[in-house]
Design a protein around this ligand. Structure first.
Ligand code: F6P
Length: 413
């Protein structure tokens, strides 16, 4: 039986495995007899400008599928676009539904985080209210791991694997000179510290780990930070300190705002562009302590390092896409695929389909009991929670010594 036409989009910040979810949607829809499979370019924002592609023309064979799974960033491009409420701008909703009608869309999939799920929430509610026969399903993704309800979110495991791997290397490099030096490393995650907590993975048999970890869940005191660092350096010349990009002082100011070079940009969800925390703190330490300091901002590297992808994460990203298609083809709408961990060792997870209203716009923070009492490290339980998510590798397909990717020429033109 034909399941009609589908459309899929990607939204928000990319991850190393977001395209595996796209492949999950694409393959499952194809195997289950979807007719046309469209991909919107730059998410709902691009769709409003009628920018979409026929995905079957872009993903031609099994090699393309394997390349796409190994391609970081959003194949279809992305957006940070907040749909107005239908009561504020019904014309925009009518425009979207007219465009969906024109393409005879029966199922709509959006791969995104908590902000992007706001789009699924609003469109599915409008479709229900107006009796449109279109199913809207959310496919979860975010390196921030801050989605409510789900145990974890695809994209996080691979970013965490990059953090653990790279920090082990940075720590080794820091040990090279027999003189005092401090490296401050800044990790993404906005207002949730899950990804910064992955710095705890670096502690292993062959690595003593980072010396302090600061999450945004607790207020950050710059003077106390300097004192703690001075104290630590009495016993150890080389220090590596991990800080979240989102740490704030007690008065609610991002530490990066203390950096004169910080950006003023704010996106349509009201999120400030973060960055510059590590460089501010490294300069502060240099001026207070007088030793060599260095700042490293992992920046986009942590969400696009597909050469160090977690196979577990990649498989779960695919699964989330596939399960969303199965749910929509069963008539579900207004839901998001979530993961439930049924066992940690051996690791086992099942999936569910959950009401988007509980997930859209909600930020899940690290529980305080998973941060040490002095606020300078994470607990073993938190590292144990992350560890299974980074398991396994997927070898890149190499061309001329570099990983090969699948790309389209239609983006941002
Ligand atoms: O999507 C999450 C995230 O990667 C955050 O960790 C980070 O603060 C933000 O996106 C960066 O936003 P942008 O991709 O718009 O620069």
């Amino acid at each position: 039986m034909s399941m009609g036409n589908i459309i899929v989009g990607q939204s928000g910040g990319p991850t190393a495995v977001i395209n595996s979810s796209l492949v999950g949607v694409y393959k499952t829809a194809k195997d289950r007899h979807a007719d046309k499979i469209y991909g919107m370019l730059n998410g709902i924002q691009g769709f409003l400008d009628e920018r979409y592609v026929d995905l079957t023309e872009k993903i031609k064979d099994n090699l393309d599928i394997e390349l796409l799974k190994r391609t970081p960033s959003s194949f279809l491009g992305s957006c940070r676009f907040k749909l107005p409420e239908a009561s504020e701008n019904e014309a925009m909703y009518q425009d979207i539904f007219n465009k969906l009608k024109k393409l005879e869309i029966k199922h709509f999939f959006y791969i995104g985080g908590n902000d992007s799920m706001d789009t699924i929430k609003k469109l599915s509610a409008y479709a229900k209210e107006k009796n449109y026969d279109i199913n809207f399903m959310g496919v979860p993704k975010t390196i921030d791991n801050d989605l409510a309800v789900t145990d974890h979110t695809p994209g996080f495991g691979s970013a965490a694997k990059f953090i653990g791997t790279t920090l082990k290397e940075v720590i080794r490099d820091g040990l090279v000179y027999d003189s005092k030096n401090i490296t401050v490393v800044e990790i993404m995650g906005r207002n949730a510290g899950w990804l910064t907590a992955a710095a705890g993975l670096a502690k292993a048999e062959d690595c003593e780990g980072v010396d302090m970890i600061f999450l945004p869940e607790l207020p950050f005191d710059v003077d106390k930070f300097v004192d703690k660092t001075i104290n630590l350096q009495k016993d150890k010349k080389n220090l590596v300190i991990a800080v979240s990009e989102g740490i704030k002082t007690a008065d609610g100011k991002y530490v990066c705002e203390l950096n004169a070079a910080s950006s003023d940009f704010v996106d349509s969800f009201g999120h400030k562009a973060l960055g510059g925390t590590a460089s501010f703190l490294a300069h502060k330490l240099a001026s207070e302590i007088g030793c060599k300091t260095r700042s490293i901002e992992f920046g986009t590297l942590q969400r696009c390092a597909s050469y160090v992808v977690s196979r577990t994460d990649l498989s779960e990203a695919f699964l989330a896409g596939g399960q969303a298609v199965k749910a929509a083809f069963n008539g579900e709408s207004g839901n998001v695929i979530t993961f439930e961990r049924t066992s940690n060792d051996p690791y086992h997870c099942t999936t569910h389909s959950y009401d988007v209203n509980a997930i859209a716009n909600v930020e899940k923070k690290v529980p305080l009991e998973w941060i040490t009492n002095d606020g300078t490290y994470v607990s073993d339980e938190l590292v144990d929670y992350i560890r299974p998510l980074i398991a396994g590798e997927l070898t890149p397909i190499m061309t001329d010594g570099l990983p090969r990717h699948l790309t389209i020429n239609d983006l941002n033109r």
